[in-house]
Design a protein around this ligand. Structure first.
Ligand SMILES: [Zn+2]
Ligand SMILES: [Zn+2]
Length: 181
């Protein structure tokens, strides 16, 4: 069964995980995913699909997660609209938390492949923090994107521009300032 949900509520009570384990599909609505991303330049138009299985070996749980989705944004070099595809596989063991451990088990996590639980596995928080950590600092439409001509602003992916490469006097000062960075 597939149902839309609040990702923060994707918590799995450990006592519901039997010997056979569990396997589920959930989707995160575009609105919900956008609010998690919390960046005006990142838009979402399709639901984020999450497939997960959790198996157990005595007190150790193992989560295997696959996430698929899309983020609509702009290339930071040529400024063209682009789609960033998410197709990510995550694997994490979960061990019983010790008494002295931080209350916020996911915030305290230092290893993407090892988490801790008390009564529940905070699967949603894990998935979202891994996805956000994985986002590039600068989105590129293509690793080879040629960007814009610094003189006339033409998109160089569409072919060479027709300007002479001469800087207009007014732009010259600005270019000097930019070159200094
Ligand atoms: Zn580009
Ligand atoms: Zn040009």
């Amino acid at each position: 069964m597939v149902k839309a949900m609040d990702i923060r509520n994707l918590r799995i009570p450990v006592d519901t995980i039997g010997k056979a384990g569990i396997e589920r599909d959930v989707v995160l609505s575009p609105e919900e995913f956008e609010s998690v991303l919390d960046d005006e330049d990142l838009k979402v138009h399709v639901p984020l699909e999450i497939h997960y299985t959790i198996t157990r070996k005595e007190d150790v749980m193992h989560a295997s997660v696959h996430v698929k989705g899309e983020i609509f944004t702009y290339c930071s070099r040529c400024l063209s609209p682009m789609v960033y595809s998410i197709d990510r596989h995550l694997e994490s063991d979960y061990m019983r938390a010790g008494p002295g451990m931080n209350e916020a088990l996911e915030e305290a996590r230092s290893n993407p492949e090892l988490g801790y639980y008390r009564k529940e596995i905070f699967l949603g928080e894990y998935i979202m923090s891994e996805l956000i950590l994985d986002l590039p600092a600068r989105f590129l439409c293509d690793p080879e994107c040629k960007g814009l001509c610094p003189y006339c602003g033409a998109n160089l992916n569409k072919g060479p521009c027709s300007c002479s490469g001469e800087v207009e006097p007014r732009l010259r000062v600005m270019k000097k300032l930019l070159d200094r960075r």
